[in-house]
Design a protein around this ligand. Structure first.
Ligand code: F6P
Length: 472
């Protein structure tokens, strides 16, 4: 009889490698100290990591300059990797977010190809790999995350072939012809193939990756049944492993009496609108915020929605402000908000409440509970956890999710009102439909989506990935 290993009771060393550490340094009246960063990856991995002895996380602290010495936070050993100011400019803002980010998001913004950026990417990936090599015990499990660190699996495999090396891509993997534009495409693919398991958010992304390999690596063979790619005597499983959220945390917070009180206070502040529409995004050109505002503005112009009884809230968290394209999208969004509010705002308040700052967990939960319609309309997104978070808070099966056809989440949340975000008229129809949807239909759709979100949580995602990796 074979038994499935339980990743929570394993004694193997687990090392997570991600661009950012799961903590950030804050300075307040208690002085300077580290606090856990909010975010899906941290809450997904924390339970499996704290259940293991000697679990470590290798990552960047978020500040340029000398890295702090390794330290322990919430039972996890943290190993900061140093990035100089030049590394931040060339590796993080440059190759990661000026080349790979736009390329992997369907080239919505033009990717820039600079050899100096690539050199820095190679150098910083080497530094992350060396940091792992320094602490890895024989047979350790190493899980590398995301597009910033695609060369690390190959570097680790070359140095320590007995490691269990896994990689998960949080962003989309692009279509073949797009990826092939990358001048360093072969090095990236060979780097990834150092892993024995590569997880993608959707089947299409895994398929796109498998099919690009034989184009770049001589003798590579795809096994369609096992979803593997074999090259140079090694095989790599490349398959869908969609990330989930900490459903209990969101559902429980949503049902708290304090949340109900906060929602009531917000409703009062907004003068009790009949309908609240909400968008929650990083201010990124992939998220389709301007297109969404344009659609909303036109619906107001055409009197298909009235600002007398409807309010839109757009949270736009500041992000990557030094990277090309981000200042432009901010200017465009703010101009549109200004135009809409100039036309439809009153002394009682604006038609669009635009908040260019981040919000803490409690504030977000209250906003999700307040929203009758949640607008998640990116041009391209690996998954989009906001869509899942909204669903998890709708314990009474009310509310409507409008979801882009190009967000990974749509492959699971099929009951959302699906839209093509490039089609402004289609977007308008979808918003109008959401605003007018009756309670029976809302509840049927939301109940179906809630059970899907509850089935594959952040914890099950981490556990199944690690179990599969360690059984390779
Ligand atoms: O979606 C990819 C991602 O790297 C996330 O993991 C992260 O939360 C987000 O983008 C923000 O990225 P950055 O680290 O560049 O602020």
């Amino acid at each position: 009889m074979t038994t499935t290993p339980d990743p929570m009771c394993d004694h193997r060393q687990l090392i997570v490698v991600a661009n950012r550490l799961p903590v950030r340094n804050v300075s307040d009246r208690n002085g300077q100290h580290w606090v856990s960063s909010p975010g899906g990856l941290v809450s997904a991995l924390a339970p499996v990591m704290t259940s293991r002895p000697r679990a470590s996380w290798v990552g960047w602290s978020g500040s340029a300059g000398r890295a702090p010495d390794p330290f322990v936070h919430d039972d996890i050993s943290l190993h900061p990797v140093e990035l100089s100011r030049a590394d931040v400019q060339l590796y993080y803002e440059g190759f990661s977010n000026g080349t790979l980010w736009p390329l992997y998001h369907d080239a919505i913004a033009e990717p820039a190809y600079h050899r100096t950026w690539w050199d820095a990417y190679l150098k910083v990936n080497r530094r992350f790999a060396d940091s792992v090599i320094e602490i890895a015990e024989p047979g350790a499990t190493v899980w590398v995350h995301d597009y910033q660190l695609q060369l690390v699996p190959g570097m680790l495999r070359a140095a320590l072939p007995d490691l269990h090396i896994g990689f998960f891509l949080h962003t989309p993997w692009p279509a073949r012809e797009l990826f092939l534009r990358l001048p360093w495409r072969e090095q990236v693919v060979r780097g990834l193939l150092g892993a024995s398991l590569i997880g993608f958010q959707t089947d299409v992304m895994a398929h796109n990756f498998r099919h690009v390999v034989p184009r770049l690596v001589d003798g590579a063979v795809i096994d369609f049944d096992d979803q593997t790619v074999s090259a140079a005597g090694r095989s790599t499983v490349c398959k869908r492993h969609p990330i989930g959220i900490d459903v209990e945390r969101f559902a429980e917070a949503a049902a708290e009496p304090d949340t109900a009180a906060a929602v009531e206070a917000l409703r009062e502040q907004l003068h009790r609108p009949r309908m609240v529409l909400l968008g929650v995004d990083r201010l990124d050109y992939t998220k389709g915020i301007a297109q969404r505002l344009r659609a909303y503005g036109e619906l107001l112009d055409e009197d298909r929605i009235s600002a007398d009884d409807t309010v839109m809230i757009q949270i736009a968290e500041p992000s990557r402000t030094n990277v090309n394209g981000y200042a432009d999208i901010r200017a465009e969004v703010e101009q549109l908000v200004g135009e809409i509010n100039g036309k439809y705002g009153t002394m009682d308040g604006p038609a669009v409440h635009y908040l260019h700052r981040s919000h803490d967990f409690q504030e977000l939960i209250a906003l999700y509970r307040l929203a009758d319609v949640m607008l998640v309309t990116p041009f391209r997104d690996g998954m989009n956890l906001v869509a899942k978070e909204y669903v998890a808070t709708r314990y009474d099966d009310t509310g409507v999710l409008v979801l882009s056809e190009f967000a990974g989440a749509v492959h699971e949340l099929e009951q959302a009102v699906q839209v093509n975000p490039y089609d402004t008229d289609g977007l308008k129809v979808a918003i109008e439909r959401a605003v007018r949807m009756g309670s029976d239909e809302q509840s049927r759709r939301m109940a179906a989506m809630r059970s899907i979100v509850a089935e594959s949580t952040a914890h099950t995602w981490a556990e199944t990935f690690i179990t599969e990796l360690e059984s390779e």
